[in-house]
Design a protein around this ligand. Structure first.
Ligand SMILES: [Zn+2]
Length: 521
């Protein structure tokens, strides 16, 4: 008996043969009952005849929008992937780390996912969505022609990562039905969005050089009770012994409870504040929702009380909401880059505290700002063969029009490059552990694209090893890249950069010479 490993093509044949739509979706409500029965019978027959190995029969192809949520706990980080199917179901995706790299580019995009259902669910999703082991995720273009979307489903897949213009958020205050506490008053949350220092509108304007703001952001005026106790939202959702936070239940009930007083289409983001711990994490990401008759993507955060008692945590989660990933020195540690609000917001809190809003955020790094469209032409690219001298302006509160970032493509690569940025203790960067030129090695195909370069590799990103000051040279001999900090200006540094153009002439005495090989291919 000839066995045939079932492939997506084979599935498509089966489906076409039974006169149905191309894709197997997360649910089956669109399918007519009889067509569904016909497919079931065909597959049962195929299994019976042995033309499909039973073990592989749960393979499937799903289409939907890829949703990426970042979970942050002290010392622990998770990235949760879900597929929002056109039926409105959220399917948890599991995939191996090697595939994570493609995800930043695919976040919020319409994708085709191949793989198999977990837990013996067979060809069809379990009613509650279930978990799907993905073997490949690819952008799905031209999807509008090949599968018809149900009414009201989001039609566009927005590929841009830019965050420009007015981006108002709404804060929802939601209480578990069995927890009475109201940890902070509504006025605290309204004040958090202030346009004066250290409010979040002030912060994001400063980060974006006024290219983006969150003006119009607002908090609801009181806490709202959720219909269910905490145990309905925080429970064991999978096979491990730990409790998970059901972010879908939480956002559905929290938006429903507050909806009489909130017109959601006025906002691009939703910050949900809860009155007790969640699963140990604060979460930031996105969701496709239908609210007040509008179906689209909202940026979303889910915050436990510790998430809103220090402002840098909210800034970090909103950063995820805007699509920013983490940076790190050691990608296994994640929260160890003291130069980035998207990594270590805790270590330098004593440098920047507010009596009301606690530990304040430092800036995010130049690579992240560039991703959001905030650097643009204010960067210099030093391509292979070039030798350049550049005056870098401080990344926070720049004065005048000098460049904010240098990009050094490794071997001319568009996805692998070094970045240089000048960091000084001004504005929100008063929090920084020092000042000087900071170097990151970026691989845009990694889930943590930017890794801080630290000359002494001792794990302390706030010491002299991570900061290049006048007279110091960074050298990547393998790739023929050299950077020398020539001197300082009132608000920045001059640097010379050689990209495969030989040694920088007249090198000054160096106290650091570092061969950078943080990540081997
Ligand atoms: Zn995070």
């Amino acid at each position: 008996m000839a066995e045939k490993a079932i492939s997506s093509a084979a599935l498509t044949e089966l489906e076409s043969a039974s006169g149905m739509t191309l894709a197997i979706m997360g649910g089956m409500s669109r399918w007519s009952f009889w067509a569904h029965v016909a497919l079931r019978l065909r597959i049962a027959l195929a299994l019976l005849l042995g033309t499909i190995p039973a073990q592989a029969a749960s393979q499937a192809v799903l289409y939907g929008w890829l949703v990426v949520d970042w979970g942050d706990a002290p010392g622990e980080s998770v990235v949760a992937l879900s597929l929002h199917t056109q039926e409105g179901e959220m399917v948890s995706l599991r995939l191996d780390d090697a595939q994570l790299g493609a995800l930043p580019a695919l976040r919020n995009r319409l994708v085709m996912v191949q793989g198999e259902w977990q837990g013996g669910a067979g060809l069809f999703a379990p009613a509650d969505g279930g978990e799907f082991l993905a073997t490949s995720i690819q952008p799905f273009s031209g999807g509008e022609q090949t599968f018809s979307l149900s009414a009201g489903a989001p039609l566009e897949s927005d590929a841009t990562t830019d965050v420009l213009g007015s981006k108002p958020w709404v804060t929802l205050l939601c209480k578990f039905s069995d927890v009475a506490a109201e940890p902070k008053p509504a006025s605290y949350f309204q004040g958090m969005y202030s346009s004066s220092y250290p409010g979040l509108d002030h912060y994001w304007r400063e980060q974006s050089y006024d290219l983006a703001n969150i003006a119009g952001s607002a908090s609801v005026a009181r806490w709202y009770a959720l219909p269910q106790p905490r145990s309905y939202y925080v429970y064991n959702m999978d096979s491990d012994p730990e409790l998970e936070f059901d972010r879908t239940r939480a956002i559905n009930d929290c938006t429903a409870a507050t909806n009489p007083d909130v017109y959601f289409p006025s906002f691009i983001g939703i910050n949900m504040m809860f009155n007790a711990d969640l699963d140990g994490y604060a979460w930031g990401g996105s969701r496709y929702l239908t609210l007040d008759g509008v179906t689209r993507l909202w940026n979303v955060t889910w915050e436990p009380p510790w998430g809103y008692s220090d402002l840098h945590v909210i800034a970090h989660e909103m950063g995820h909401g805007f699509g920013l990933p983490h940076s790190a020195w050691n990608p296994a540690v994640v929260y160890d880059n003291r130069w980035d609000v998207m990594s270590d917001g805790w270590t330098d809190c004593n440098n920047s505290r507010n009596p009301t809003y606690g530990c304040l955020p430092q800036s995010t790094i130049a690579y992240h700002k560039d991703r959001l469209g905030w650097i643009g032409s204010r960067q210099v690219v030093v391509s292979p063969g070039a030798l350049a001298t550049i005056t870098l302006e401080q990344l926070d509160l720049p004065q005048g029009g000098n460049p904010l970032m240098v990009r050094i493509p490794i071997g001319g690569s568009p996805t692998n490059f070094y970045t240089l940025e000048a960091r000084r203790k001004v504005g929100y960067d008063v929090k920084l552990p020092g000042q000087g030129v900071i170097i990151h090695k970026v691989d845009t195909n990694q889930s943590i694209p930017a890794l801080l370069v630290d000359a002494d590799n001792n794990g302390n990103t706030g010491d002299a090893g991570a900061v290049w000051t006048p007279g110091e040279i960074f050298s990547d001999n393998v790739n023929g890249i050299q950077v020398r900090v020539d001197g300082s200006t009132a608000t920045g540094y001059t640097v010379s950069v050689s990209n495969q153009a030989g040694a920088i002439p007249n090198p000054q005495l160096t106290k650091k010479l570092y061969l950078a090989l943080l990540r081997t291919p």
